[in-house]
Write a protein that binds this ligand. Sequence first.
Ligand SMILES: [Zn+2]
Length: 71
Amino acid sequence: MLEEELEQEEQLLEGDPVTFQCPYCGEIMDIFLDPELRKQKVIEDCRVCCNPVELRIDWNEDGLLVEASRS
Ligand SMILES: [Zn+2]
């Protein structure tokens, strides 16, 4: 039983887009993150205003948390 639940969770994480809001222009964007990027920072350029957005990625029991800030 427990093994089945874990499998489902992994599948979800792999396919889940992450939504964040650009701190410069306010655009809402989706990106797909590698589940191996746990608790890391990535820089993603905004598709609209092209400014670098720093994403702090944190996984916890509720799922994925992303904090977007100006880098
Ligand atoms: Zn932007």
